[in-house]
Structure formats: structure tokens, C-alpha cells
Design a binder for this molecule. Sequence first.
Ligand code: SME
Length: 152
Amino acid sequence: MPDFDIMKAQLLAFAEEDPGFVPLLSNASALIWESMEGLNWAGFYVVTGGRLVLGPFQGKTACIHIEKGKGVCGTAWASDETQLVPDVHKFPGHIACDSASNSEIVVPLHSGGEVCAVLDIDSPLFDRFSAEDRAGLEAFARALEEAIVWKF
Ligand code: SME
């Protein structure tokens, strides 16, 4: 079980040096990648020009654009709710960037009360993400929202 409090403290230390979204989301994805076992992708999509655009991440190359309401990420954006998906093959419209992915969690991030990005994490394991992971990642997302400045 990752220590989400330590991850948050590390995140805030990075934000103190530079809260710009490129360095902070880059290090946030690396922190998640290093702290959680059994992942094959961890990163961000940022709302840009009315759709989600690929942001900083760790893992294999990924799809670049996702429309609102499409896939797990677009559903998290449209519903403004975390999507915890134990088996992506049972999620209607799941977008398979990597055929190795079997479970996924997507947490929306906000700016000015609106969803402005999503945190997306994939695993080759089925049912990889627990309720504790969800709570820890949502708390991590809240800390990120408070610290981040949405400019480079
Ligand atoms: N599976 C996601 C697409 C993004 S990749 O997992 C990196 C989705 O269905 O939205």
C-alpha cells in the first residue's frame, strides 16, 4: 500500500520550487509510478480546446486526444466523478491505448469549479485499485489542485 501522505508531501515540495503544470504534473506522474506497484501507465490528460489532450505521463506512448464522454477518461470528465474500473473490458467505450491494461482508475482535477484535467492510471492486473487507493489518489488530486498553477 503506497503512503499517500508521503506522496503528497513530496508533491508539495516540488510545487514550492515550481508550481507550473508541466513540471508539477511530470513529477506527480513519476511519484505515482514509483510509489504504486503493478502499473503500466500513470499520467494526465488536460482539457484543452474542448477535449482532453495528453499531458505528462509515465509508461508507453498513448492516445493523444479524448472527447468528452468517451472512454474512461472522458466519462470521468463528463460525470465529474472518479471512475474505478476493475475490468476495463467490461467498460463500454473503453479506449485501449495499451492492450496490456486490464484495470484503470481516473480522477478528475478542477480549476474554478470545473474539471480541467484527469489523472489516469492503468494496470495489467484485474481489480488493481482498491477503495483505499481511490481515497488516497483523490486526496493527492486535491493537494495537486491547490498547489498547481495552470501555466508553464
Ligand atoms: N483507457 C483510457 C484512455 C487513456 S489510456 O489508458 C492512457 C480511456 O478509456 O479513457
